[in-house]
Ligand binder design. Structure first.
Ligand code: 5GP
Length: 115
């Protein structure tokens, strides 16, 4: 896997507005936000280029990414109002940074339906 912008953010070689961190997960603000709240949740200790690269052994880590997003939403008080979590996979899915990440977006009505 090639070194990405997100690897550099995790190593603190590039600046980012970090909003959450634990042993496994780092979350920071998206540089081009698509909503008033737009965060990216990434696994810190194990890197995957895409969701396709995760296997059974990574189920817990994937769960932690989602739980970190929901607990952030609860902590910030917008969980009840609502939010959207998205993983883009590969170019057809709109992925541009090839380091697995979960987008968390909130603060506006998510009008566009994705399914
Ligand atoms: P993707 O399109 O791969 O699902 O999402 C990549 C996201 O990373 C995009 O929303 C883009 O705005 C964000 N992004 C790209 N470069 C940087 C950067 O250097 N810093 C931060 N914080 N976000 C970035």
């Amino acid at each position: 896997m090639t070194d990405t912008i997100f690897d550099k953010i995790i190593r603190r070689e590039l600046p980012a507005d970090i909003v959450y961190e634990d042993d496994d997960v780092l979350a920071f603000r998206d540089i081009h936000p698509q909503a008033p709240v737009h965060l990216l949740f990434v696994p810190k200790r194990k890197a995957f280029a895409t969701l396709n690269d995760c296997g059974e052994a990574d189920a817990e880590l994937l769960g932690k990414l989602l739980l970190a997003a929901s607990s952030y939403a609860k902590g910030e008080g917008f969980a009840e109002d609502g939010y959207r979590c998205v993983i883009n996979c590969n170019r057809g899915g709109g992925q541009t940074v090839f380091y697995l990440h979960v987008h968390l977006m909130a603060g506006r009505q998510m009008a566009e339906r994705m399914v």
